[in-house]
Ligand binder design. Sequence first.
Ligand code: ADP
Length: 625
Amino acid sequence: MALKQFQAESKRLLDLMINSIYTNKEIFLREVISNASDAIDKLHFISLTDENARRDFSITIERDVIARTLSVSDNGIGMSAEELESNLGTIAKSGTLEFKKNAESKKDGSAEELIGQFGVGFYACFMVADEVTVVSRKYGEDCAHKWVSKGADGYEITDAERGESGTTVTLKLKADGDGERYSQYLDEYTLRSLVKHYSDYIRYPIRMEVTHFTDEKDDKGKPVTRAEIETLNSMLPIWKRRKGEVTDEEYRDFYTDNFADGDAPAKVIATSVEGAVSYSALLFIPSRPPFDYYTKAYKRGLRLYSNGVLIMDNCEKLLPDWLGFVRGVVDSSDLSLNISREMLQHDRQLAEIAKTLEKKMISELSKWMESDRAAYEKFFADFGITLKFGAYEGFGMNLDKLKDLLMYKTASGKTVTLKEYVAAMPEGQKDIYYASGSSDVSLTSLPQVTAVVAKGYDVLLLTANVDEFVIKLLGKYGDKELKSVSSDSLDLSTEEEKTEEKKTAEASKELLGEVKTALSGKVSEVRLSSMLGEYASGLSAKGELSIEMAKVLASVPGNEKIKAEYVLELNPAHKMFSLLRSLSETDKTKFGRLCVLLYAEALLTVGIEPENPGEFVKLVNEFIG
Ligand code: ADP
């Protein structure tokens, strides 16, 4: 029989495979096994109504090290001569054109990556074989046929023999060389691990002859081996089993075996969704951040399966960034393995899955917070920062979804959500107060915090860089405004105190102006504050940019010049203030030095080092003495 040519389109894909520089050539086995499983599915379906079609369905891998051949057989539906011709000689699939366009437009090698993620089908065989033989007998037909191809030249179909319906695909592996060891696909161990990795959840047994060592020794003292046919795959994935039937230990073992973590997960979430895109997912929250979690090396994403066949290990598209700590698997039968057919749909389907998974996680996290507070607090201590960044991301597009999952420490030593803070507000408290700084300790001793606490109100302590940015985006929680304790609009004084403060302010107007001049441009404003307690001075900021936010922004290279507009606050009840007043009349030089000292003290209370620490120490000593 004459050699037939592949159809033009198929030839392009075939060329791509033969000349593939794709490093993940091993996926050919996944493709062949998936085809075998599909063929069995088809006959299995017929067997529901046709007893003759019933058999012991299985897939068999055989290897011949001498002949360098690897074959995969199934006892599925098989192909007729016409089907061999049309299925393997052409790819008359709608998406082919799209695939080609994509492969050609992405010259940077990302097309190569694409190849491995979703299936490319039968042609993948030509990445590792220089000759492929397919012997097949269609169910219900008497004769079998053989399809042989050496690749680009074309293919030949002849008559053949086969006992029962089904297909055997035999690969004659390419010679080793150019850094490729194609003979590895004849190693028992390699084949075993490839089946485990990609095809573990194929519904039918995948069998292969494997070698076992026995306790016996031969006459040369070598251990005697015994060959046995074994099933390599575990078939039923844990996420396809009914929730009630899987024990906690089984979930834990699955997690520790698969996600490089020796500790049991803090939380397991199993979910199945029937809808626009149907899928099962099994998700885990680790009990602590992986060692590389906060580095670029960390790979986020879920393991993606299509009908039990592994598509990729870390599919980032399945989770929003703020759920980067979640590990697990998603398995959807709506994702076709074949890229040449369905590629364009995948992004839409993945986005749909991501959307429902995000909703599920939000509801699971809030339920968790209610049902096991201690565990949730521990989780939040480990991963809360990721949620906070998620809340800030995209100018707060997730803020509404996330605001009730966020927790903050407070000046009274509690850890609360905004909702809980509001619920605990005593009568008379109008706003939600927060203080922003580098640590709980420095914040609780901040004079403004002490003053608010003295009024009987609690204060949220914001110590993460991102905290205040989130709070500013939020602005309000319900009808309660979020206010910094160092803002000048706290309005905590009684009417009486207010009148008194106004009077002092009037009387000090000139003095405050002198202080500002003495500090020559270092501060934008000098004002009195009744919130400073034992401190003589304090520092706050004017406008949108707070002192802490400016610190965070200035820590980014190139932004060093960013600075908040400082407001120096002076405590009119402090003895230093009286000294200031008298020096302004008696000794202008000393007055100037006291201004510098009070400003340096104010900087220190908010964790900023004075420009000249030596000078500061000298001033302290001068005024102590
Ligand atoms: P896909 O499987 O995604 O359709 P392939 O290129 O892998 O694409 O295979 C092309 C077609 O060849 C399949 O759709 C199927 O009809 C047929 N085929 C491949 N392998 C087998 C097999 N083992 N048994 C029966 N049919 C097969």
